[in-house]
Design a binder for this molecule. Sequence first.
Ligand code: SF4
Length: 367
Amino acid sequence: MRFIDEYRDAHAVRQFAQAIAQITTRGWTIMEVCGGQTHAIVKYGVDELLPPQITLLHGPGCPVCVTPVELIDKAVEIAARADVIFTSFGDMLRVPGTRGDLLSAKARGADVRIVYSPLDAVKIARSNPDRQVVFFAVGFETTAPANAMAVAQAAKLALTNFTILVSHVLVPPAIEAILGSEDNQVQGFLAAGHVCAVVGYEEYLPLAARYRVPFVVTGFEPVDILQGIYMTIRQLEEGRAEVENQYARAVRREGNLPAQKLVTDIFEVVPRKWRGIGEIPASGLGLRPPYHTFDAERRFGLTGYTADESPLCISGQVLQGKRKPFDCPAYGTLCNPEHPLGATMVSNEGACAAYYRYRRQELTADG
Ligand code: SF4
């Protein structure tokens, strides 16, 4: 299959692993920002092919994991209303809030529906004019264009029964927060290819220059990731801190300009709280004032909530690459996919879920 098989090719994987070993002269710590890349790394054992001096840290790029616990509580409260049809991507349904999750709300009779596109939620709103239809709009720069399009379409159709519960987050401010923290260990980043396909990679240029760290825009298959690591280490070994593009088959420097325009027409940059991490300035998207009528928090009067994470869960540290899932005392015992304490154990892109799915045997074997 073109664009898949060649990027899972065992010979190419071995060649890049050897090339990395040949150029590595000392220890380096690299972060892959995206949870999709974390899963690929753990699933294919990419980290096990690297020289022992290379440490991979898993970053905060899991949209489900960083959605604040208060927003899950708000979603559960909105979904419980008899006049509401609550729509969401399936991976948000089992994320725990302090009052349960959306799946439990559904079991209690709430009308919670899984959709595959926010435009499906707009369709549901058109066919149910006597119900309020809410879409849970979470995600990074990758999902923002489709959510912006749903709002634009609802505005065009003059729908008065459609809103979105917004939890959009942006990657570069989170990277800057990691680089600016006192105990930062990250020396180079694999930038997520799909985010850059939308926004390009010019935003990384000032970060690379200011913090003297290389960024390599990287895809999601094992060969992509190993090549991205190779390019990052080559820069580190040569003392360079530049932005390079491994994922040129999908990413252009300026990104997708029509998609960016759609997003900036509907959304504006706002401060955003990240689950387990806290508020990061200018790190999220919120609806612009002309579109406040499509804001579910305003429609249902749900402002000013606060809620605390389980004190046992260290997912904020896992998301910042400071700890690994195995470091969590609750991992695999009090916390597992059937009974998750934190979002990183539920999400398809969560680091705890990746380790539980692909590395559990190791933990058992090691005792
Ligand atoms: S294993 Fe569970 S409790 Fe521990 S950090 Fe991960 S999600 Fe949180």
